[in-house]
Design a protein around this ligand. Structure first.
Ligand SMILES: Cc1cc2nc3c(=O)[nH]c(=O)nc-3n(C[C@H](O)[C@H](O)[C@H](O)COP(=O)(O)OP(=O)(O)OC[C@H]3O[C@@H](n4cnc5c(N)ncnc54)[C@H](O)[C@@H]3O)c2cc1C
Ligand code: FES
Length: 499
Protein backbone atom coordinates (compact mmCIF):
# COMPACT_ATOMS: atom_id res chain seq x y z
CA UNK A 1 0.00 0.00 0.00
CA UNK A 2 1.20 3.53 -0.80
CA UNK A 3 2.03 5.91 2.10
CA UNK A 4 -0.71 8.20 0.81
CA UNK A 5 -3.54 5.69 0.98
CA UNK A 6 -4.99 2.54 -0.52
CA UNK A 7 -4.64 3.42 -4.21
CA UNK A 8 -1.44 3.55 -6.26
CA UNK A 9 -0.56 5.96 -9.07
CA UNK A 10 0.96 5.23 -12.47
CA UNK A 11 4.45 6.12 -11.21
CA UNK A 12 4.63 3.85 -8.20
CA UNK A 13 6.41 1.06 -10.12
CA UNK A 14 9.27 3.42 -11.04
CA UNK A 15 12.33 2.60 -8.90
CA UNK A 16 14.25 5.17 -6.85
CA UNK A 17 17.44 4.63 -4.84
CA UNK A 18 16.88 4.12 -1.10
CA UNK A 19 18.68 5.90 1.77
CA UNK A 20 19.32 5.06 5.43
CA UNK A 21 17.54 6.81 8.31
CA UNK A 22 19.50 9.26 10.48
CA UNK A 23 21.65 7.55 13.15
CA UNK A 24 23.70 10.42 14.62
CA UNK A 25 23.58 14.18 15.18
CA UNK A 26 24.49 16.20 12.08
CA UNK A 27 25.85 19.64 11.30
CA UNK A 28 25.26 21.10 7.84
CA UNK A 29 25.05 24.42 6.04
CA UNK A 30 21.64 23.90 4.38
CA UNK A 31 19.01 21.47 5.65
CA UNK A 32 16.09 20.72 3.31
CA UNK A 33 13.04 18.97 4.78
CA UNK A 34 10.96 17.01 2.26
CA UNK A 35 11.93 14.51 -0.44
CA UNK A 36 9.43 15.51 -3.12
CA UNK A 37 10.24 17.37 -6.32
CA UNK A 38 10.54 20.67 -4.40
CA UNK A 39 13.03 19.42 -1.81
CA UNK A 40 15.07 17.46 -4.36
CA UNK A 41 15.19 20.35 -6.89
CA UNK A 42 16.26 22.86 -4.21
CA UNK A 43 18.84 20.53 -2.62
CA UNK A 44 20.30 19.75 -6.06
CA UNK A 45 20.64 23.45 -6.95
CA UNK A 46 22.14 24.42 -3.57
CA UNK A 47 24.70 21.61 -3.82
CA UNK A 48 25.51 22.58 -7.40
CA UNK A 49 26.25 26.09 -6.15
CA UNK A 50 28.79 24.67 -3.71
CA UNK A 51 26.80 24.45 -0.46
CA UNK A 52 26.90 21.58 2.00
CA UNK A 53 23.38 20.13 1.94
CA UNK A 54 21.47 17.58 4.03
CA UNK A 55 17.98 16.44 3.00
CA UNK A 56 15.55 14.64 5.32
CA UNK A 57 12.40 12.79 4.31
CA UNK A 58 9.82 11.34 6.71
CA UNK A 59 9.09 8.27 4.56
CA UNK A 60 10.75 7.60 1.21
CA UNK A 61 11.71 9.98 -1.60
CA UNK A 62 8.70 10.58 -3.87
CA UNK A 63 6.14 9.15 -1.44
CA UNK A 64 4.33 12.52 -1.09
CA UNK A 65 2.30 14.27 -3.77
CA UNK A 66 5.12 14.00 -6.32
CA UNK A 67 4.32 10.29 -6.49
CA UNK A 68 0.64 11.11 -7.17
CA UNK A 69 1.03 13.85 -9.78
CA UNK A 70 0.22 13.79 -13.50
CA UNK A 71 3.30 15.91 -14.28
CA UNK A 72 2.12 18.28 -16.99
CA UNK A 73 4.75 21.00 -17.43
CA UNK A 74 2.73 23.99 -18.53
CA UNK A 75 2.61 27.74 -18.29
CA UNK A 76 -1.17 27.71 -17.92
CA UNK A 77 -1.03 29.21 -14.45
CA UNK A 78 -3.79 27.11 -12.86
CA UNK A 79 -6.23 30.00 -13.27
CA UNK A 80 -7.11 31.53 -16.63
CA UNK A 81 -5.32 34.75 -17.66
CA UNK A 82 -8.60 36.74 -17.64
CA UNK A 83 -9.07 35.90 -13.95
CA UNK A 84 -5.41 36.48 -13.04
CA UNK A 85 -5.50 39.95 -14.62
CA UNK A 86 -8.57 40.79 -12.51
CA UNK A 87 -6.71 39.73 -9.39
CA UNK A 88 -3.18 41.04 -10.05
CA UNK A 89 -1.52 43.89 -11.93
CA UNK A 90 -0.13 43.16 -15.38
CA UNK A 91 3.49 43.20 -14.20
CA UNK A 92 2.80 40.49 -11.60
CA UNK A 93 1.00 38.24 -14.10
CA UNK A 94 3.81 38.70 -16.63
CA UNK A 95 6.44 37.79 -14.02
CA UNK A 96 4.34 34.80 -12.85
CA UNK A 97 4.09 33.56 -16.44
CA UNK A 98 7.77 34.22 -17.10
CA UNK A 99 8.75 32.21 -14.00
CA UNK A 100 6.69 29.14 -14.97
CA UNK A 101 7.78 29.28 -18.62
CA UNK A 102 11.42 29.55 -17.54
CA UNK A 103 10.89 26.60 -15.17
CA UNK A 104 10.09 24.31 -18.13
CA UNK A 105 13.34 25.46 -19.80
CA UNK A 106 15.28 24.83 -16.57
CA UNK A 107 13.88 21.29 -16.29
CA UNK A 108 14.88 20.71 -19.92
CA UNK A 109 18.39 22.02 -19.21
CA UNK A 110 18.72 19.76 -16.14
CA UNK A 111 17.55 16.77 -18.20
CA UNK A 112 20.20 17.40 -20.86
CA UNK A 113 23.07 18.52 -18.64
CA UNK A 114 22.64 15.63 -16.17
CA UNK A 115 21.72 13.10 -18.92
CA UNK A 116 18.44 12.21 -17.20
CA UNK A 117 16.37 9.57 -18.94
CA UNK A 118 12.90 10.65 -17.75
CA UNK A 119 10.73 10.62 -20.90
CA UNK A 120 10.93 14.43 -21.06
CA UNK A 121 9.10 15.56 -24.16
CA UNK A 122 8.15 18.98 -25.56
CA UNK A 123 4.60 19.02 -26.90
CA UNK A 124 1.69 21.41 -27.36
CA UNK A 125 -0.98 21.95 -24.74
CA UNK A 126 -4.60 22.93 -25.38
CA UNK A 127 -7.08 24.75 -23.20
CA UNK A 128 -10.42 23.59 -24.62
CA UNK A 129 -14.01 24.69 -24.22
CA UNK A 130 -15.87 23.03 -21.38
CA UNK A 131 -19.57 23.32 -20.53
CA UNK A 132 -20.98 26.88 -20.50
CA UNK A 133 -17.85 28.46 -21.95
CA UNK A 134 -18.58 30.48 -25.10
CA UNK A 135 -16.35 31.10 -28.09
CA UNK A 136 -16.31 34.80 -27.10
CA UNK A 137 -14.85 33.90 -23.69
CA UNK A 138 -12.17 31.79 -25.36
CA UNK A 139 -11.25 34.79 -27.57
CA UNK A 140 -11.03 36.97 -24.45
CA UNK A 141 -8.70 34.43 -22.85
CA UNK A 142 -6.56 34.50 -26.00
CA UNK A 143 -6.30 38.33 -25.66
CA UNK A 144 -5.52 38.11 -21.94
CA UNK A 145 -2.80 35.54 -22.72
CA UNK A 146 -1.26 37.86 -25.34
CA UNK A 147 -1.29 40.76 -22.87
CA UNK A 148 0.37 38.56 -20.25
CA UNK A 149 3.11 37.54 -22.66
CA UNK A 150 2.07 34.34 -24.47
CA UNK A 151 0.66 33.98 -28.00
CA UNK A 152 -2.06 31.36 -28.05
CA UNK A 153 -3.50 30.11 -31.37
CA UNK A 154 -7.26 29.72 -31.60
CA UNK A 155 -8.18 26.27 -32.99
CA UNK A 156 -11.65 25.29 -34.23
CA UNK A 157 -11.06 21.65 -33.32
CA UNK A 158 -8.90 20.57 -30.39
CA UNK A 159 -6.92 17.39 -31.23
CA UNK A 160 -8.03 14.00 -29.91
CA UNK A 161 -11.42 15.08 -28.58
CA UNK A 162 -14.61 13.53 -29.93
CA UNK A 163 -16.42 16.25 -31.88
CA UNK A 164 -15.35 19.76 -32.89
CA UNK A 165 -14.39 21.52 -29.66
CA UNK A 166 -12.66 24.90 -29.92
CA UNK A 167 -9.48 25.56 -27.94
CA UNK A 168 -6.35 27.64 -27.47
CA UNK A 169 -2.98 26.11 -28.32
CA UNK A 170 -0.13 26.63 -25.85
CA UNK A 171 3.10 25.99 -27.80
CA UNK A 172 6.17 24.19 -26.38
CA UNK A 173 4.75 22.80 -23.18
CA UNK A 174 6.24 19.53 -21.87
CA UNK A 175 5.76 16.34 -19.90
CA UNK A 176 8.04 13.88 -18.11
CA UNK A 177 8.13 11.03 -15.63
CA UNK A 178 8.64 12.91 -12.34
CA UNK A 179 10.09 9.93 -10.47
CA UNK A 180 12.69 9.22 -13.17
CA UNK A 181 13.52 12.95 -13.18
CA UNK A 182 14.09 12.87 -9.41
CA UNK A 183 16.21 9.71 -9.82
CA UNK A 184 18.41 11.68 -12.24
CA UNK A 185 18.76 14.61 -9.84
CA UNK A 186 19.54 12.17 -7.00
CA UNK A 187 22.35 10.63 -9.06
CA UNK A 188 23.79 14.13 -9.59
CA UNK A 189 23.36 14.91 -5.88
CA UNK A 190 25.30 11.78 -4.94
CA UNK A 191 28.27 13.14 -6.92
CA UNK A 192 27.84 16.49 -5.15
CA UNK A 193 28.01 14.76 -1.74
CA UNK A 194 24.52 15.65 -0.57
CA UNK A 195 23.58 13.72 2.58
CA UNK A 196 20.10 12.20 2.39
CA UNK A 197 18.09 10.52 5.13
CA UNK A 198 14.82 8.68 4.52
CA UNK A 199 12.43 7.44 7.21
CA UNK A 200 13.49 10.45 9.26
CA UNK A 201 10.51 12.41 10.49
CA UNK A 202 11.12 15.98 11.65
CA UNK A 203 9.34 16.69 14.91
CA UNK A 204 10.57 20.11 16.00
CA UNK A 205 12.35 23.14 14.56
CA UNK A 206 14.05 25.71 16.75
CA UNK A 207 15.76 28.84 15.51
CA UNK A 208 18.45 29.47 18.17
CA UNK A 209 19.95 32.54 16.52
CA UNK A 210 20.12 33.94 12.96
CA UNK A 211 22.94 31.53 12.12
CA UNK A 212 21.62 28.38 13.79
CA UNK A 213 18.46 26.33 13.41
CA UNK A 214 18.11 22.95 15.12
CA UNK A 215 15.93 20.38 13.39
CA UNK A 216 14.94 17.56 15.75
CA UNK A 217 13.81 14.19 14.47
CA UNK A 218 11.64 11.42 15.96
CA UNK A 219 14.68 9.20 16.41
CA UNK A 220 16.18 11.69 18.88
CA UNK A 221 18.96 12.93 16.57
CA UNK A 222 19.28 16.60 15.64
CA UNK A 223 20.53 18.43 12.59
CA UNK A 224 22.10 21.83 13.14
CA UNK A 225 21.92 24.06 10.06
CA UNK A 226 22.67 27.62 9.09
CA UNK A 227 19.83 27.68 6.54
CA UNK A 228 16.62 25.66 6.63
CA UNK A 229 14.30 25.06 3.66
CA UNK A 230 10.92 23.53 4.49
CA UNK A 231 9.67 21.75 1.35
CA UNK A 232 6.98 19.57 2.92
CA UNK A 233 4.21 20.68 0.50
CA UNK A 234 2.23 22.02 3.45
CA UNK A 235 4.78 23.73 5.72
CA UNK A 236 5.22 21.98 9.05
CA UNK A 237 7.09 24.92 10.65
CA UNK A 238 4.32 27.43 10.13
CA UNK A 239 1.45 26.72 12.48
CA UNK A 240 -1.13 29.28 11.49
CA UNK A 241 -0.36 32.18 9.12
CA UNK A 242 0.25 30.35 5.81
CA UNK A 243 -2.62 27.92 6.48
CA UNK A 244 -5.13 30.79 6.43
CA UNK A 245 -3.91 31.73 2.93
CA UNK A 246 -4.07 28.32 1.22
CA UNK A 247 -6.64 25.55 1.12
CA UNK A 248 -6.29 21.77 0.75
CA UNK A 249 -8.16 19.99 -2.05
CA UNK A 250 -8.36 16.32 -3.00
CA UNK A 251 -8.06 15.64 -6.72
CA UNK A 252 -8.60 12.35 -8.61
CA UNK A 253 -6.80 10.71 -11.52
CA UNK A 254 -7.39 7.65 -13.71
CA UNK A 255 -5.29 5.89 -16.39
CA UNK A 256 -7.09 4.23 -19.32
CA UNK A 257 -5.71 1.73 -21.82
CA UNK A 258 -6.21 2.70 -25.49
CA UNK A 259 -7.57 0.97 -28.58
CA UNK A 260 -4.26 1.63 -30.31
CA UNK A 261 -1.34 4.05 -30.39
CA UNK A 262 -2.16 7.74 -30.68
CA UNK A 263 -0.09 9.74 -33.18
CA UNK A 264 -0.61 13.34 -32.05
CA UNK A 265 -0.01 13.21 -28.28
CA UNK A 266 -0.54 16.53 -26.52
CA UNK A 267 -1.57 17.96 -23.15
CA UNK A 268 -5.18 18.96 -22.67
CA UNK A 269 -7.15 20.78 -20.00
CA UNK A 270 -10.56 22.41 -20.12
CA UNK A 271 -12.23 25.63 -18.96
CA UNK A 272 -14.39 24.03 -16.26
CA UNK A 273 -14.02 24.64 -12.53
CA UNK A 274 -12.57 22.31 -11.36
CA UNK A 275 -10.84 21.72 -14.68
CA UNK A 276 -10.13 18.33 -16.30
CA UNK A 277 -6.47 17.61 -17.12
CA UNK A 278 -5.32 15.01 -19.63
CA UNK A 279 -2.01 13.55 -20.85
CA UNK A 280 -0.49 10.25 -22.03
CA UNK A 281 1.77 8.02 -19.90
CA UNK A 282 3.31 4.88 -21.43
CA UNK A 283 0.47 4.33 -23.89
CA UNK A 284 -2.34 5.11 -21.43
CA UNK A 285 -4.52 8.20 -21.25
CA UNK A 286 -4.30 9.81 -17.79
CA UNK A 287 -7.18 12.05 -16.82
CA UNK A 288 -7.76 14.03 -13.63
CA UNK A 289 -10.38 16.29 -12.02
CA UNK A 290 -13.23 16.13 -9.44
CA UNK A 291 -11.41 18.35 -6.91
CA UNK A 292 -13.10 19.02 -3.58
CA UNK A 293 -12.01 20.37 -0.21
CA UNK A 294 -10.09 17.74 1.76
CA UNK A 295 -12.12 16.06 4.50
CA UNK A 296 -15.36 17.28 2.93
CA UNK A 297 -17.62 15.08 0.82
CA UNK A 298 -17.02 14.86 -2.95
CA UNK A 299 -19.84 15.63 -5.34
CA UNK A 300 -20.96 12.04 -6.09
CA UNK A 301 -18.47 9.27 -6.90
CA UNK A 302 -15.34 11.04 -8.24
CA UNK A 303 -14.10 8.04 -10.25
CA UNK A 304 -17.49 7.33 -11.80
CA UNK A 305 -17.84 10.99 -12.83
CA UNK A 306 -14.32 11.04 -14.24
CA UNK A 307 -14.80 7.81 -16.17
CA UNK A 308 -18.07 9.06 -17.68
CA UNK A 309 -16.45 12.33 -18.72
CA UNK A 310 -13.48 10.51 -20.26
CA UNK A 311 -15.55 8.06 -22.27
CA UNK A 312 -17.72 10.92 -23.57
CA UNK A 313 -14.72 12.96 -24.73
CA UNK A 314 -12.22 10.31 -25.90
CA UNK A 315 -13.72 7.64 -28.13
CA UNK A 316 -10.48 5.58 -28.18
CA UNK A 317 -10.15 4.64 -24.46
CA UNK A 318 -10.72 1.05 -23.33
CA UNK A 319 -10.21 -0.18 -19.74
CA UNK A 320 -9.37 1.55 -16.50
CA UNK A 321 -5.77 0.57 -15.62
CA UNK A 322 -5.15 2.64 -12.46
CA UNK A 323 -6.99 5.14 -10.35
CA UNK A 324 -5.77 7.20 -7.41
CA UNK A 325 -6.21 10.49 -5.61
CA UNK A 326 -3.87 13.15 -4.27
CA UNK A 327 -3.82 16.53 -2.62
CA UNK A 328 -3.08 20.05 -3.79
CA UNK A 329 -2.83 23.29 -1.82
CA UNK A 330 -4.60 26.22 -3.50
CA UNK A 331 -3.30 29.69 -2.63
CA UNK A 332 -5.97 32.37 -2.10
CA UNK A 333 -4.60 34.62 -4.86
CA UNK A 334 -3.53 31.73 -7.16
CA UNK A 335 0.23 32.35 -6.83
CA UNK A 336 2.42 29.97 -4.80
CA UNK A 337 4.33 31.01 -1.68
CA UNK A 338 8.07 30.67 -2.22
CA UNK A 339 10.64 32.55 -0.15
CA UNK A 340 11.51 33.57 3.37
CA UNK A 341 9.20 32.11 5.99
CA UNK A 342 6.93 34.84 7.42
CA UNK A 343 8.14 35.60 10.94
CA UNK A 344 11.17 36.92 12.75
CA UNK A 345 13.60 34.04 11.99
CA UNK A 346 16.20 35.02 9.45
CA UNK A 347 17.31 31.88 7.68
CA UNK A 348 14.17 29.78 7.23
CA UNK A 349 12.57 29.44 3.78
CA UNK A 350 9.39 27.72 2.58
CA UNK A 351 7.78 26.66 -0.67
CA UNK A 352 4.07 25.84 -0.71
CA UNK A 353 0.70 26.71 -2.27
CA UNK A 354 1.68 25.05 -5.51
CA UNK A 355 -1.83 24.00 -6.60
CA UNK A 356 -1.77 21.88 -9.80
CA UNK A 357 1.46 23.44 -11.10
CA UNK A 358 3.84 22.00 -8.53
CA UNK A 359 6.41 20.67 -11.02
CA UNK A 360 7.22 24.13 -12.32
CA UNK A 361 6.71 25.74 -8.86
CA UNK A 362 9.33 23.36 -7.44
CA UNK A 363 11.71 24.43 -10.17
CA UNK A 364 11.04 28.12 -9.49
CA UNK A 365 11.80 27.43 -5.82
CA UNK A 366 15.11 25.87 -6.88
CA UNK A 367 16.06 29.21 -8.48
CA UNK A 368 14.50 31.65 -6.05
CA UNK A 369 15.48 30.15 -2.68
CA UNK A 370 19.22 29.77 -3.49
CA UNK A 371 19.24 33.37 -4.79
CA UNK A 372 17.51 34.62 -1.62
CA UNK A 373 19.95 32.68 0.56
CA UNK A 374 23.00 33.98 -1.29
CA UNK A 375 21.96 37.51 -2.28
CA UNK A 376 18.70 38.25 -0.44
CA UNK A 377 16.90 39.28 -3.63
CA UNK A 378 15.62 38.11 -7.04
CA UNK A 379 13.24 39.67 -9.62
CA UNK A 380 10.58 37.02 -8.80
CA UNK A 381 10.87 37.47 -5.03
CA UNK A 382 7.98 39.91 -4.54
CA UNK A 383 5.61 37.89 -6.77
CA UNK A 384 6.00 34.72 -4.68
CA UNK A 385 6.68 36.38 -1.29
CA UNK A 386 4.98 34.19 1.39
CA UNK A 387 4.40 37.31 3.55
CA UNK A 388 2.30 39.16 0.98
CA UNK A 389 -1.16 40.04 2.29
CA UNK A 390 -4.09 38.14 0.73
CA UNK A 391 -5.71 41.34 -0.59
CA UNK A 392 -5.62 40.25 -4.20
CA UNK A 393 -7.65 37.09 -3.64
CA UNK A 394 -9.65 38.58 -0.82
CA UNK A 395 -13.08 37.12 -1.66
CA UNK A 396 -11.68 33.57 -2.01
CA UNK A 397 -9.63 34.13 1.16
CA UNK A 398 -12.74 35.10 3.14
CA UNK A 399 -15.01 32.37 1.70
CA UNK A 400 -12.45 29.60 2.17
CA UNK A 401 -11.72 30.69 5.76
CA UNK A 402 -15.45 30.79 6.55
CA UNK A 403 -15.50 27.20 5.29
CA UNK A 404 -12.58 26.34 7.63
CA UNK A 405 -14.30 27.95 10.63
CA UNK A 406 -17.52 26.04 9.81
CA UNK A 407 -15.63 22.72 10.08
CA UNK A 408 -15.25 23.30 13.84
CA UNK A 409 -19.02 22.68 14.15
CA UNK A 410 -18.00 19.01 14.50
CA UNK A 411 -16.90 19.76 18.08
CA UNK A 412 -20.59 19.81 19.03
CA UNK A 413 -22.19 17.33 16.61
CA UNK A 414 -23.05 13.78 17.71
CA UNK A 415 -21.74 10.32 16.80
CA UNK A 416 -21.89 8.91 13.29
CA UNK A 417 -22.60 5.50 14.88
CA UNK A 418 -23.85 4.43 18.33
CA UNK A 419 -21.78 1.24 18.66
CA UNK A 420 -18.62 -0.28 17.23
CA UNK A 421 -20.65 -3.07 15.63
CA UNK A 422 -22.34 -0.55 13.32
CA UNK A 423 -19.02 0.24 11.61
CA UNK A 424 -18.57 -1.96 8.51
CA UNK A 425 -15.24 -3.78 8.12
CA UNK A 426 -12.46 -1.71 6.48
CA UNK A 427 -14.36 1.47 7.28
CA UNK A 428 -14.01 4.30 9.83
CA UNK A 429 -16.56 6.31 11.85
CA UNK A 430 -16.56 9.13 14.37
CA UNK A 431 -17.98 8.42 17.84
CA UNK A 432 -18.79 10.97 20.56
CA UNK A 433 -17.65 9.83 23.99
CA UNK A 434 -19.07 11.97 26.77
CA UNK A 435 -19.51 15.72 26.47
CA UNK A 436 -16.16 16.70 25.08
CA UNK A 437 -14.29 13.72 23.63
CA UNK A 438 -14.62 12.35 20.11
CA UNK A 439 -12.93 9.25 18.74
CA UNK A 440 -12.24 8.09 15.24
CA UNK A 441 -12.58 4.34 14.99
CA UNK A 442 -11.34 2.14 12.15
CA UNK A 443 -12.87 -1.33 11.96
CA UNK A 444 -10.19 -3.50 10.37
CA UNK A 445 -12.03 -6.85 10.52
CA UNK A 446 -13.76 -9.14 13.05
CA UNK A 447 -13.06 -7.80 16.55
CA UNK A 448 -10.12 -5.69 15.45
CA UNK A 449 -10.74 -1.93 15.90
CA UNK A 450 -8.26 1.00 15.96
CA UNK A 451 -9.47 3.87 18.12
CA UNK A 452 -7.80 7.30 18.34
CA UNK A 453 -8.76 10.81 19.36
CA UNK A 454 -10.61 12.42 16.44
CA UNK A 455 -9.08 15.86 17.10
CA UNK A 456 -6.46 16.80 14.53
CA UNK A 457 -3.11 17.51 16.17
CA UNK A 458 -2.62 20.67 14.11
CA UNK A 459 -5.39 22.97 15.35
CA UNK A 460 -7.96 20.56 16.72
CA UNK A 461 -10.62 20.16 13.98
CA UNK A 462 -12.39 16.77 13.87
CA UNK A 463 -10.99 14.45 11.19
CA UNK A 464 -13.25 12.79 8.59
CA UNK A 465 -13.09 9.29 7.14
CA UNK A 466 -11.84 9.14 3.53
CA UNK A 467 -13.30 5.87 2.28
CA UNK A 468 -11.49 6.04 -1.08
CA UNK A 469 -7.93 6.11 0.33
CA UNK A 470 -8.89 4.65 3.79
CA UNK A 471 -7.37 7.57 5.71
CA UNK A 472 -8.49 10.16 8.25
CA UNK A 473 -8.47 13.60 6.60
CA UNK A 474 -8.75 16.94 8.36
CA UNK A 475 -11.28 19.33 6.78
CA UNK A 476 -9.59 22.44 8.17
CA UNK A 477 -6.10 22.57 6.64
CA UNK A 478 -5.63 19.16 5.02
CA UNK A 479 -3.59 17.10 7.48
CA UNK A 480 -4.03 13.37 6.89
CA UNK A 481 -3.53 10.30 9.08
CA UNK A 482 -3.47 6.58 8.31
CA UNK A 483 -5.74 3.98 9.95
CA UNK A 484 -3.23 3.65 12.82
CA UNK A 485 -3.43 7.42 13.42
CA UNK A 486 0.11 8.13 12.11
CA UNK A 487 0.47 11.43 10.28
CA UNK A 488 1.01 11.03 6.52
CA UNK A 489 0.59 14.65 5.47
CA UNK A 490 0.99 17.99 7.26
CA UNK A 491 0.64 20.62 8.50
CA UNK A 492 0.20 18.27 11.51
CA UNK A 493 3.47 16.89 12.85
CA UNK A 494 2.09 14.47 15.46
CA UNK A 495 -0.13 11.47 14.92
CA UNK A 496 -3.64 11.27 16.41
CA UNK A 497 -3.57 10.82 20.20
CA UNK A 498 -4.42 7.58 21.95
CA UNK A 499 -7.95 7.16 23.40
C1 LIG B 1 -3.46 14.05 -8.89
C2 LIG B 1 -2.49 15.20 -8.98
C3 LIG B 1 -2.18 15.71 -10.23
C4 LIG B 1 -1.26 16.77 -10.32
N1 LIG B 1 -0.91 17.18 -11.57
C5 LIG B 1 0.07 18.11 -11.70
C6 LIG B 1 0.54 18.46 -12.99
O1 LIG B 1 0.06 17.93 -14.00
N2 LIG B 1 1.54 19.36 -13.08
C7 LIG B 1 2.09 19.94 -11.98
O2 LIG B 1 2.99 20.77 -12.13
N3 LIG B 1 1.66 19.63 -10.73
C8 LIG B 1 0.67 18.72 -10.57
N4 LIG B 1 0.24 18.37 -9.32
C9 LIG B 1 0.82 19.05 -8.14
C10 LIG B 1 2.20 18.48 -7.82
O3 LIG B 1 2.18 17.08 -7.91
C11 LIG B 1 2.61 18.88 -6.41
O4 LIG B 1 2.44 20.26 -6.24
C12 LIG B 1 4.07 18.53 -6.15
O5 LIG B 1 4.31 17.17 -6.40
C13 LIG B 1 4.44 18.88 -4.72
O6 LIG B 1 5.78 18.53 -4.56
P1 LIG B 1 6.51 18.78 -3.16
O7 LIG B 1 7.87 18.26 -3.28
O8 LIG B 1 6.34 20.20 -2.80
O9 LIG B 1 5.63 17.95 -2.13
P2 LIG B 1 5.64 16.36 -1.87
O10 LIG B 1 5.93 15.60 -3.11
O11 LIG B 1 4.37 16.07 -1.15
O12 LIG B 1 6.89 16.17 -0.92
C14 LIG B 1 6.88 16.64 0.41
C15 LIG B 1 7.64 15.62 1.22
O13 LIG B 1 7.81 16.13 2.54
C16 LIG B 1 7.80 15.04 3.42
N5 LIG B 1 7.48 15.48 4.78
C17 LIG B 1 6.32 15.99 5.24
N6 LIG B 1 6.38 16.25 6.56
C18 LIG B 1 7.64 15.87 6.95
C19 LIG B 1 8.32 15.86 8.20
N7 LIG B 1 7.71 16.27 9.32
N8 LIG B 1 9.60 15.40 8.23
C20 LIG B 1 10.23 15.00 7.10
N9 LIG B 1 9.62 14.97 5.89
C21 LIG B 1 8.34 15.40 5.82
C22 LIG B 1 6.69 14.15 2.86
O14 LIG B 1 6.80 12.82 3.32
C23 LIG B 1 6.88 14.30 1.37
O15 LIG B 1 7.64 13.26 0.79
C24 LIG B 1 -0.68 17.34 -9.16
C25 LIG B 1 -1.00 16.83 -7.90
C26 LIG B 1 -1.90 15.77 -7.81
C27 LIG B 1 -2.22 15.22 -6.45
S1 FES C 1 -5.01 20.48 9.58
FE1 FES C 1 -5.33 22.23 10.80
S2 FES C 1 -6.73 21.54 12.27
FE2 FES C 1 -6.32 19.80 11.11
Amino acid sequence: MSIQGRLSSVWEGTALPRFEAITSNQKTEVCVIGGGISGISIAYKMAKRGHKVTLVEAFTIGSGQTGRTTAHLTCQLEEQFVQLLKMHDLETVQAFLDAHRSAIDIIETNVFSEHIDCDFKRLDGYLFQGRNFSEAKLRKEQDAGRKSGINLDYVEKTPLLSGAVAGLRFPRQAQFNPIKYMAGLLAAMRKLDVTIFENTHVRHIENLDPETTVISTDSGYDIEAKYLVVATDSPINNRFYIHTKQFAYRTYAMAFTLEGPVADECLLWDTEDPYHYVRFVDGTLVVGCEDHRTGQDPDGDPFRNLEEWTRKNFAFVRDVKEKWSGQVFEPADQIGYIGKNPGPEKNIYITTGQSGIGMTSATIASVLIPELIEHGTHPWAAVFDPSRPPVRGLSDFVLENVNVAYQYKDWVTGSEVESLQEIPEDHGSIMREGLIAKSCVYHEKGDCFEKKSAFCTHLGAVVHWNDIEKTWDCPAHGSRFNTHGAVIEGPAIDGLSER
